[in-house]
Unconditional design. Structure first.
Length: 267
């Protein structure tokens, strides 16, 4: 049996996960002492952020990559919670580019074992929706509200103008995940019709929520809206991630770590 990566007596770390390099880069830059441990082809960066023990990792893209990453974090690193940060496509009316969505629950929009099970239900779990941890979701939403109060301070006036980030909002609700980048209006219309309460679409969160549910470990996710999951979804995606989302990710996670669950029990 491999030696545990974290000594048993220490405070269990909090996992910070991103799907894209840029999403995690600003988090790693803010960690003073990160050390990589390679497992399953990924670097798991052990260290501290805001004085708390963390493991930061790039999950890569898609549900299977997310599930693999979550399983390693839970089994090998014994994390006490998993926090996912990244970008998503906005689905609900009013969820605009530059807004932030914090999941209250997550669902796999491409799960369909009908007629054996209802559409979207994960077979043998008896559920389609996996709840996010309410305490961490509240901490992420509070942190996002503070960060979005002054986007120019974080990303600069030019990015605010270019991406029209003048009145960004924080939304809380259903995030749906599937193994497709949704980049046509026809597809996002179909998602809205099937799941009218879905706020945003991405490619990892619901898989990670399911794995965390299996281990009984809190999971929460915060996503910056990079596009509207329509025919223009690919436009400026790379620049948005590099200039806006990566800065939001790090700022929101840092504030949530400062004020979120267990904040007093520092290492
Ligand atoms: N992540 C960011 N935008 C997305 C989209 N349109 N579809 C799926 N995942 C995304």
């Amino acid at each position: 049996m491999p030696a545990p990566a974290v000594p048993a007596a220490s405070i269990a770390p909090i996992a910070l996960v991103g799907a894209l390099h840029e999403e995690l880069a600003a988090v790693l830059e803010a960690m003073p002492d990160e050390q990589p441990v390679r497992v399953a082809g990924r670097e798991f960066w052990q260290g501290h952020l805001e004085g708390r023990p963390v493991v930061a990792v790039l999950s890569r893209i898609g549900k299977v990559a997310a599930a693999t990453t979550a399983a390693v974090l839970l089994e090998r690193f014994g994390v006490q919670a998993v926090l996912f940060t990244g970008v998503a496509g906005g689905l609900a009316p009013g969820v605009a580019v530059g807004d932030v969505v914090v999941a209250t629950e997550l669902l796999q929009h491409d799960m369909d074992a009908s007629p054996l099970f209802p559409r979207h239900e994960v077979p043998l779990y008896g559920r389609a929706r996996f709840p996010a941890d309410a305490h961490w979701a509240a901490a992420l939403a509070d942190a996002a509200s503070h960060v979005l109060a002054d986007p120019a301070a974080l990303v600069g006036g030019a990015a605010v103008d270019d991406f029209a980030l003048h009145r960004p909002r924080v939304h809380r609700g259903l995030i749906v995940s599937g193994d497709r980048f949704v980049a046509t209006a026809a597809e996002s219309d179909a998602l809205r019709a099937a799941l009218p309460d879905a706020l945003a679409v991405e490619m990892e969160g619901a898989a990670m929520a399911q794995v965390c549910h299996d281990w009984g470990v809190p999971f929460a996710a915060v996503r910056t809206i990079s596009d509207r999951a329509d025919d223009a979804a690919h436009t400026d995606f790379t620049r948005f991630v590099a200039e806006v989302a990566r800065r939001y990710s790090a700022a929101v996670l840092r504030e949530a770590l400062r004020d979120g669950p267990g904040a007093l029990a520092r290492a």
